[in-house]
Design a protein around this ligand. Structure first.
Ligand SMILES: [Zn+2]
Ligand SMILES: [Zn+2]
Length: 368
């Protein structure tokens, strides 16, 4: 049993509390990772606010990077000292979805309340999203982690765990963009910027970013958007048609949680185009659309979870592109914080900043 510091949610909508909790040693197929960096994702905040339900007390945090400091049996070729990113994709490897190449849709239930975390009084703590990475260490399945170069900056690497693979994967894996296609990305936040750079990497001809903020549209252009459309105007899809030479897009990627974005998304599409739904609205939120239009002009709507990635396949190529200067990671970071500043970092994220706040752990224990 390790005793570690963690940011614990004891009541939805309340600040997280820094507590000492215990972490069980890794079991079969599991590793212990001592974290260097964890980013704050909007999903962490949505959970902490109670919008998706879930168990309490809980430790959130799921975009992490660090070093393996203990291994259980049967961990493949992972070994002590390996630098890794930790993702929330705890795929069993054997169910029909995993076997069919869709590990993000793994069908095997996993009880996160029966995970490795207990509080100081010995009561179970939920290892939310199978990570619990707002903590100095995690114990996770070796299937959730991917090796990274030892010299890769952890604050950049951790971003690969969720926001980057979700956005880039949505463009490459879910929308299956081909070179020369036209793309609209609704929302230029953390996932949206990555959908934009995914579309650029896939060879899109024109990439229209749609956002409510001029400032975010400018940032979107740094990530590869060729045009920006303010979502606050009347019928913003008309400005998109104009940008695309009078036609609709081959793919519209919706990266926000706001329902009007889902209802408007098909309006941006061209014939035969696809809406890819990536953002995560609150549970129970409903959108409406006109099925006859989709049928009449062969359009489709699909959902994409975690960019439909296979982490062992996709994270290594993303690291190569990062090292070649073709995938931006450092530019996604807006702030660096200690674990004991996590509530301030969350408050800053909630202001709608386009980018990521990262918690950095001091291995010598002086901070956090
Ligand atoms: Zn996330
Ligand atoms: Zn599975």
């Amino acid at each position: 049993m390790a005793t570690i510091k963690a940011a614990v949610c004891r009541a939805f909508g309340e600040p997280l509390i820094i507590e000492e909790v215990t972490l069980a040693p890794p079991g079969l197929g599991e590793v212990e990772v001592t974290l260097d960096a964890v980013a704050i994702c909007h999903s962490d905040i949505t959970f902490a606010e109670g919008a998706w339900g879930g168990n309490l007390p809980a430790i959130y945090g799921h975009e992490a990077a660090g070093v393996i400091t203990a291994t259980g049996d049967a961990c493949g070729d992972f070994k002590l000292g390996d630098s890794v990113v930790v993702t929330l994709i705890r795929a069993c490897g054997d169910c029909p979805s995993c076997a069919g190449g869709a590990p993000t849709l793994c069908e095997t239930p996993h009880d996160t309340m029966a995970g490795p975390l207990k509080d100081a009084g010995g009561a179970p703590v939920d290892q939310a999203m199978a990570c619990g990475a707002f903590a100095e260490k995690v114990v996770v399945s070796h299937r959730q982690i991917v090796k990274i170069p030892a010299d890769m900056a952890r604050e950049a690497a951790c971003l690969l765990s969720c926001g980057v693979i979700t956005g880039v994967g949505a463009a490459v894996n879910a929308a299956k963009l081909r070179a020369g296609q036209d793309v609209v990305v609704i929302g230029a936040g953390g996932v949206g910027l990555n959908a934009i750079q995914g579309a650029r990497i896939a060879g899109a001809r024109r990439i229209v970013a749609v956002d409510m903020s001029e400032e975010k549209l400018e940032i979107a252009k740094e990530f590869g958007a060729t045009h920006g459309v303010l979502g606050t105007q009347d019928a913003p899809w008309k400005a998109s048609y104009k940008a695309l030479g009078g036609r609709g897009a081959d793919a519209v990627l919706v990266t926000v949680g706001a329902i009007p974005a889902y209802e408007q998304a098909p309006r941006y599409l061209g014939r035969g185009g696809r809406v890819v739904m990536i953002g995560m609205p609150h549970s129970g939120a409903q959108a409406s659309y006109e099925p006859v239009i989709l049928a009449a002009i062969g359009q489709g709507m699909i959902g994409s979870k975690m960019g439909d990635v296979v982490i062992q396949r996709d994270i290594p190529w993303m690291i190569d592109l990062y090292q070649q200067g073709r995938l931006k990671l450092d530019e996604l970071i807006s702030g660096r914080w200690r674990l004991d500043q996590i509530n301030e970092a969350i408050a800053d994220t909630k202001t709608g900043s386009a980018k990521r706040n990262v918690i950095l752990f001091d291995r010598d224990g002086a901070a956090g």
